[in-house]
Design a protein. Structure first.
Lengths: 430, 431
C-alpha cells in the first residue's frame, strides 16, 4: 500500500494578501493585485506594472529580521510563508516530531542582483570599440562596489538552507528551479519522498521575485510580458481574445506535506490530500511550448494515472493560464485532448488573472488556492474575461467566483523551456 | 506480493574537465597524478587574490553538436554548453541508439548553479544608463536606451533550468525533467531523483548531469569576495590540498559530467555495457557540531544510502569525500566522516579529488563520482592529489597514491556550506 500524503499546514505571502485567508478571499472577490511597479523606476520600461507584495514586514515573522538584510525577496518571502505554514500545522515547537524525518523541498528562485553596482561596474570597464570588458577595471571596481553577503545570498541554495536552519529541518533537502513549474515540481517530488519512506514530513513550496530591472528586461526582450500599461489591472486576461502576455507577480507559498498516519497520530488538521503528480518535458523549443501540447497532455494524464483517477473525476482545473497567446491556446487544446467532451463540463480558471505570474512560486500559491477552493466550496474566477477567443472555448469561470463542491482539483504549471508539471489535490477521505 | 524492486545502473559516462575531455583521458590523468589547476588565462585577473583555476581553454562546444543544432550554442552560457557536450559524450560512451528509446520514458536531471551574464552583453546598455557625473545608474535611461541594445534571448541564455532543457530538446527526452539548484550537491541529488523516478517506474532511461563554469568576471569577483579560495598562486598545481595539513582554501574549476542512468532490464535489453549499479542515495541537512546522539547530515545521508544498498561501512572500498580544501570545511567533514566510519573494525580510506580539477560546483558531485565508478571498472583507485600530510582524525586514513580496489562498493558524499548533504552508494557491476 502506497503511503498517503496529506497537507497539514499552509502559508502564503502574495500580491493579494499576506495570509492564506486573504489570498483566497481576494481571489473569490475577483480582486487584482496588479499596479504600477514601485520596486524600481520602471517608467520607461516597455512594461511598467506588476503584481507586487504590499506592506510586507519580515519582522512580523522572524525574531531578528536584520539578520536577513542582505537576502533577496526570495528568502524573505519564503521565511514568512514557511513560518505561517509551520505554525498552521502546529509543528513549530512540537518536540515529538523527529526532525531527521522532516525535510524541505523547495522551488525557490534566485536572489536579486545588485543592478546599480553591476551596471556601474560594467559601464566603467566596457570598451565599445572592441565590444569587450577591461577586466582589470571591472574587478577593481567590483571588489569595492559589491557587498559580499548580498552577492552570496544570490546563490540558489540559500533559501532552502536558511529555512532548514531556522526551522530545524534535518531531513532530505532539495531545491529545484524549473522556471514556472518549480514549486509544483517541488511539491510533487516532496510527495514522492514521503511516499518512498525517506521522510514523514516535508516543507514544500516556492518563492520568487523577478520584479526587478533585469527580470523585467529579460521578459520584455522575449516579448513575454503584457504591455497594457493603460490599464494594468486589466492586463492579465487569460484565455481572452485580447491577451498580450503575462504580468509578473512575486511572493511565496509554503505547504506542510505529511504522511497520513503520522498526521493522524499527532492529531493534525488535514486540509487535503496530494494524490497526483505528473512531470514531462516538451522537448521542443526553449522559447515555445509544443504546438500540440504533447508534453502538457502527457503530464495531465500522468497526474490522473498517479492519482488513480479519470478525467471526469476532476471537478475544477486551476490552469497555468499565463495570459500569453500560446500557453492559453495550447493548454486549452491539451485539456480537450485529455478530457474529451468532458472538457466543456469542467470549470477552468487562472489565478494568474489576479495574482500575476509568481514564476517559481506560482505552483505552490496556486495549489494553496485549490485547497481553499475545495474546503470552502467556491471556485475562483478568471477575471478580465471580456472577449472570447474561438481557440479557447471552455468554461473559464469568467469574472465571478462560482459555488461548486468538488472532490478533486487539477493544477497545471508549464514552465518556460517545456518542463510540465500537473498536481492533483483531493478531498481527504479516510 | 510486491513487485520486484527495479534496479538502476550507470551505463555511460561523459566527462569534461581541465584534465581530460572525456572519461578515458580523465582517468588517465587521475592515474598519472596530473593537475589541471593552472594560472588563470581567460582574462586579466591580476587584481584578484586568487589567480588560478581548473580551466578547459580548448573546449569548443561545436565539436559536440551536429551542424544543424550549432546555432543554439549562441543562446547557451558556457556551463550549458559544457552540459550539452558532456551529454553527447555520455550517449556516445553508452553506445546509445536513441531511435530505440521511448521518448516518454527518457528523463533528464541536472544539478545547476547560478549563471551570471557575460558582461559584454550588457555593455552598451550599461554605458547608456550610467551617468559619469553623478556616478548613478539611471533606470530611466536603461529603460529608454539600454533595453533595446540587449539581445532578445538574453535571459534564456543564463537560466539554470536550461542545462536540462537543451539536453532534452537535443535528444528528444520527453519524460520527467528537473534542475536541482543546491550548490555543490545538486549533481548528486539529481542522480538521487533519477534513481527514485526509475524505481517508481516512471522512466527507464535518464541523462543525469551537473555542470558549472565560473570563468567569467562577475563570478570571479564573487568568489574573491566570498574569500574561500587558496592563495597559492605561485604553485597552482599544488594549491588545492584536500585534507592536507597545509591546505589554505578551495580552487574553482569548470567542467561537466553526465551519466547514462537506466533501469537494469532496459540496459540489458539494449546490450549496454554496465559500469556500476546505483544502490542507494540519501539526502539530509545539518553540519552543526552535534552531540553523540544527534548525527551530522553527512552521516545520516550516508546511512540512508548504505541501508538502501544493504551494506555496511565495512563493505566500502573507499569513501569519495567532498574534500573542498579549506581549513574549516575539511576539518568539519573529517569529523563527520569519523562519526560515520570511526567505529568500524577497519575504516575504509578517504579519497578526495578536487586537487586535480578544483571545485566544479554543481558539476562536482557527478564528476568525482565518475572517478570512483571508473576505479571500480579498472580495479584501481586514484590518489588524493596534494594530500601529503593527511589531517584526519585517527583511525581514518586518506588514499594518497593509486592503490588497488578490493571491495565492490563506493560511497560518495557531498555537502555545501549551508548544511545540505548528499550521499550515493555505487556497486561494481559483476554481470
Amino acid at each position: 500500500m502506497r503511503r498517503r500524503v496529506v497537507i497539514t499546514g499552509m502559508g502564503a505571502v502574495t500580491p493579494l494578501g499576506l495570509t492564506v485567508e486573504e489570498l483566497y478571499r481576494n481571489q473569490i472577490a475577483g480582486k487584482s493585485g496588479v499596479g504600477p511597479i514601485t520596486l524600481f523606476d520602471a517608467s520607461t520600461f516597455p512594461t511598467k506594472f506588476a503584481a507586487e507584495v504590499k506592506n510586507f514586514d519580515l519582522g512580523n515573522y522572524v525574531p531578528r529580521p536584520e539578520r536577513w538584510a542582505n537576502s533577496g525577496a526570495n528568502s524573505s518571502f519564503a521565511l514568512a510563508a514557511a513560518h505561517q505554514a509551520m505554525n498552521d500545522a502546529g509543528v513549530m515547537d512540537d518536540i515529538r516530531i523527529d526532525r531527521t524525518r522532516f525535510g524541505a523541498y523547495l522551488g525557490s528562485g534566485e536572489g536579486i542582483q545588485d543592478f546599480q553596482h553591476l551596471v556601474a561596474s560594467v559601464a566603467h570597464s566596457y570598451q565599445p570599440a572592441t565590444d569587450s570588458v577591461d577586466t582589470v577595471r571591472f574587478t577593481t571596481v567590483g571588489l569595492k562596489a559589491f557587498n559580499r553577503d548580498r552577492e552570496y545570498e544570490q546563490e540558489l541554495h540559500t533559501t532552502p538552507g536558511h529555512l532548514a536552519n531556522l526551522f530545524d529541518l534535518e531531513g532530505p533537502n532539495y531545491n529545484c528551479l524549473t522556471a514556472c513549474a518549480a514549486s509544483s515540481q517541488a511539491l510533487g517530488e516532496a510527495t514522492e519522498l514521503i511516499r518512498g519512506g525517506e521522510a514523514d514530513m516535508m516543507l514544500s513550496g516556492g518563492s520568487h521575485s523577478m520584479i526587478h530591472q533585469f527580470g523585467v528586461t529579460g521578459f520584455n526582450k522575449l516579448t513575454a510580458l503584457s504591455t497594457f500599461n493603460e490599464a494594468p489591472q486589466k492586463a492579465s486576461r487569460p484565455f481572452d481574445m485580447k491577451r498580450d502576455g503575462f504580468v509578473l507577480g512575486e511572493g511565496s507559498g509554503m505547504l506542510i506535506l505529511e504522511e497520513l498516519d503520522h498526521a493522524r497520530k499527532r492529531g493534525a488538521t488535514i486540509f487535503a490530500e496530494l494524490t497526483g503528480y505528473g512531470s514531462t518535458a516538451d522537448s521542443f523549443r526553449i522559447t515555445d511550448s509544443h504546438p500540440e501540447g504533447r508534453g502538457a497532455i502527457a503530464c495531465i494524464q500522468g497526474a490522473l494515472d498517479d492519482a488513480g483517477l479519470k478525467a471526469p473525476n476532476i471537478g475544477y482545473i486551476n490552469a497555468h493560464g499565463t495570459s500569453t497567446k500560446v500557453n492559453d491556446s495550447v493548454e486549452t487544446l491539451a485539456i480537450k485532448k485529455v478530457f474529451g467532451d468532458g472538457a466543456y463540463k469542467v470549470p477552468v480558471s487562472s489565478s494568474k488573472s489576479m495574482l500575476g505570474h509568481l514564476i517559481a512560486a506560482a505552483g505552490a500559491v496556486e495549489l494553496i488556492t485549490c485547497v481553499m477552493a475545495m474546503r470552502h466550496g467556491i471556485l475562483p474566477p478568471t477575471i478580465n474575461y471580456e472577449t472570447p477567443d474561438p481557440d479557447c472555448d471552455l468554461d473559464y469561470i469568467p469574472n465571478k467566483a462560482r459555488e461548486k463542491r468538488v472532490d478533486h482539483i487539477l493544477s497545471n504549471s508549464f514552465g518556460f523551456g517545456g518542463q510540465n508539471v500537473s498536481l492533483i489535490v483531493s478531498r481527504f477521505r479516510d | 506480493m510486491a513487485a520486484a524492486q527495479r534496479r538502476v545502473v550507470i551505463s555511460g559516462i561523459g566527462v569534461l574537465t581541465s584534465i581530460g575531455l572525456d572519461a578515458t583521458s580523465y582517468w588517465d590523468s587521475l592515474m598519472h597524478g596530473r593537475s589541471g589547476i593552472k594560472p588563470f588565462q581567460f582574462f586579466d585577473v591580476s587584481t584578484l587574490p586568487t589567480r588560478m583555476a581548473g580551466q578547459i581553454p580548448e573546449f569548443g562546444a561545436k565539436n559536440y553538436v551536429v551542424k544543424e543544432q550549432r546555432k543554439n550554442l549562441r543562446v547557451m552560457a558556457r556551463a550549458i554548453q559544457l552540459a550539452v557536450a558532456a551529454a553527447q559524450l555520455a550517449l556516445d560512451d553508452g553506445n546509445v541508439d536513441k531511435a530505440r528509446l521511448d521518448p516518454t520514458r527518457f528523463g533528464v536531471e541536472f544539478g545547476a548553479g547560478l549563471l551570471p551574464t557575460e558582461l559584454e552583453e550588457i555593455g552598451p546598455a550599461s554605458l547608456a544608463s550610467f551617468h559619469q557625473d553623478t556616478g548613478v545608474v539611471s533606470e530611466r535611461d536603461w529603460g529608454e536606451k539600454g533595453i533595446e541594445v540587449i539581445q532578445p534571448l538574453w535571459m534564456l541564455k543564463y537560466l539554470p533550468n536550461m542545462l536540462a532543457c537543451h539536453v532534452s530538446i537535443l535528444h528528444n527526452a520527453q519524460g520527467p525533467n528537473n534542475s536541482i539548484t543546491e550548490g555543490d550537491v545538486g549533481g548528486l541529488l539529481a542522480l538521487g531523483e533519477a534513481f527514485r523516478i526509475i524505481r517508481r517506474n516512471q522512466a527507464d532511461f535518464f541523462l543525469v548531469g551537473g555542470a558549472d563554469s565560473k570563468m567569467n568576471p562577475l563570478s570571479q569577483v564573487r568568489q574573491a569576495l566570498f574569500g574561500f579560495q587558496s592563495r597559492r598562486n605561485d604553485a597552482p598545481e599544488k594549491a588545492c590540498r584536500p585534507f592536507d595539513k597545509q591546505r589554505d582554501g578551495l580552487i574553482i574549476g569548470e567542467g561537466a559530467s553526465v551519466l547514462v542512468v537506466e533501469e537494469l532490464e532496459h540496459a540489458i535489453g539494449r546490450g549496454a555495457k554496465i559500469y556500476a549499479e546505483v544502490v542507494g542515495v540519501g539526502s539530509a541537512f545539518g553540519l552543526k557540531e552535534k552531540s553523540a546522539t544527534n548525527l551530522s547530515g553527512i552521516t545520516r545521508a550516508a546511512r540512508v544510502a548504505m541501508q538502501q544498498g544493504g551494506i555496511g561501512v565495512e563493505d566500502l572500498d573507499h569513501v569519495n569525500a567532498h574534500g573542498l580544501g579549506t581549513q574549516k570545511g575539511d576539518a568539519l567533514e573529517a569529523r563527520c566522516l569519523h562519526e560515520l566510519l570511526g567505529s568500524a573494525r577497519k575504516a575504509p580510506p578517504i579519497l578526495a579529488l578536487k586537487g586535480y580539477i578544483g571545485n566544479l560546483g554543481a558539476g562536482s558531485g557527478l564528476t568525482e563520482l565518475a572517478a570512483s565508478v571508473l576505479a571500480l571498472k579498472h580495479g584501481q583507485s586514484p590518489g588524493t592529489l596534494n594530500c601529503e600530510e593527511p589531517d584526519v582524525p585517527s583511525p581514518l586514513t586518506v588514499i594518497q597514491k593509486p592503490q588497488p580496489v578490493t571491495k565492490p562498493n563506493v560511497l560518495k558524499v557531498g555537502y555545501n556550506d549551508l548544511g545540505q548533504c548528499a550521499a550515493v552508494v555505487v556497486r561494481k557491476w559483476q554481470g
